[in-house]
Design a protein around this ligand. Sequence first.
Ligand code: BTN
Length: 127
Amino acid sequence: GTHLLVSQQCDLTGWWENELGSKMHVDAVDSQGNFTGEYYTAVSSAQKPIEPSPLLGSQHLDEDGQCTFGFTVNWKFSDSTAVFTGQCFAGDSGEEVLQSTWLLREKVDSLHSDWKATRTGHNVFTR
Ligand code: BTN
């Protein structure tokens, strides 16, 4: 029978929202797959009020719509740093879905507190 392969890019450019209500905007992805953007987290463990924070990342430029990517968020209102890594997929309705895993490094006072400094979790982003 006939089968159709729809070649789709997995260009991360644009707005995304995850299941926490956090939003991010990825600026143009360059020819090397590098990108910058802004992360608007909906939640925080910091004392100060939430502020939009810059992100810096890179993605593979595979044309099968299933590229992997990673980015770092340098929180402007917190001493913490987050890294996200993930992969783009097409959902059952053809919508773009980013599956990601993150590490959030909190600043601790001493080497003895290092054991409790890192949180991990999973976020799903859609357009
Ligand atoms: C902090 O709490 O120090 C800064 C904000 C961290 C927000 C985290 S990053 C992983 C998770 N996914 C989100 O969208 N927000 C939280």
